[in-house]
Design a protein around this ligand. Structure first.
Ligand SMILES: [Zn+2]
Length: 248
């Protein structure tokens, strides 16, 4: 996977509409002179070199974002989705105190007959299955993107989680980013992304894979990152914002 293929999603809710923001390309940075550290997203600019950050607020980028989201809705989506999430899935989200606002901001939706869609783009989707006929918990399709929850400009730490709901919960903590690995393994592309972010990296996986969490922490250390594995009895999504703040 090449960096230009990475999709980064930043939670946002500007001008009353919510949508995820995708990575477009790297540019030279006029602030620090770096050749390719300035990342352009659909809604912002961020330099991995000098940490320059700017929201796109002009009308053209607004139009671009809206037309992207509209065309995304029409073509290329492998999943047919709608907003009405089935009661058993809503109940499950409520266990983790996911609010309606978080559902809207992060684009959670439903795909008949049994899928709570946690992320949906033309190149990748993932959902949690609510079904009596299959025991499979998660379904996904496509090339795993790098998704980011929380905003990058003031972040002092990044938390790697396994799943999207955990990432949404963890990113409630101010100045903390969360990246769901969409599984338990960290791709080379994600390692590179973390090196560019260059902030304290927590590895917080579910309680059944403690050894993996420690191995990943050790691996990231050899890449020069300041890092720590967080080992808790429950999954990251099980803790409140306050408790998570205490744990980090
Ligand atoms: Zn720069």
């Amino acid at each position: 996977m090449y960096e230009k293929d990475l999709v980064t999603s930043i939670t946002m809710n500007q001008i009353g509409i919510s949508m995820t923001s995708q990575f477009i390309q790297h540019h030279p940075c006029t602030e620090c002179g770096s050749k390719d550290n300035l990342a352009e997203y659909t809604n912002s600019w961020y330099c991995f070199g000098c940490k320059y950050y700017k929201k796109k607020t002009d009308l053209n980028s607004l139009r671009e974002r809206i037309s992207r989201s509209l065309s995304n809705d029409k073509i290329g989506y492998p999943l047919d989705t709608h907003e009405k999430i089935a009661p058993q899935a809503l109940k499950w989200l409520l266990e983790y105190n996911i609010t309606q606002e978080e559902i809207d901001n992060n684009g959670l939706c439903w795909s008949d007959p049994d899928l709570l869609v946690l992320y949906n783009s033309p190149s990748y989707w993932q959902g949690r299955v609510f079904s009596n006929v299959t025991k499979q918990k998660y379904k996904s399709w496509g090339m795993k993107p790098i998704l980011m929850y929380g905003t990058v400009d003031r972040a002092v730490g990044v938390v790697l989680t396994e799943d999207i709901v955990s990432a949404i919960c963890v990113s409630r903590v101010p100045n903390i980013l969360a990246i769901p690995m969409l599984g338990t393994s960290c791709s080379r592309a994600l390692e590179k992304h973390l090196q560019k972010l260059d902030i304290f990296t927590y590895v917080w996986l579910d309680s059944d894979v403690r050894k993996k969490a420690i191995a990943l922490k050790n691996r990231l250390k050899t890449l020069g990152l300041s890092t720590k594995a967080i080992l808790t009895d429950k999954d990251p999504k099980c803790y409140t914002k306050e408790k998570t703040e205490e744990i980090l």
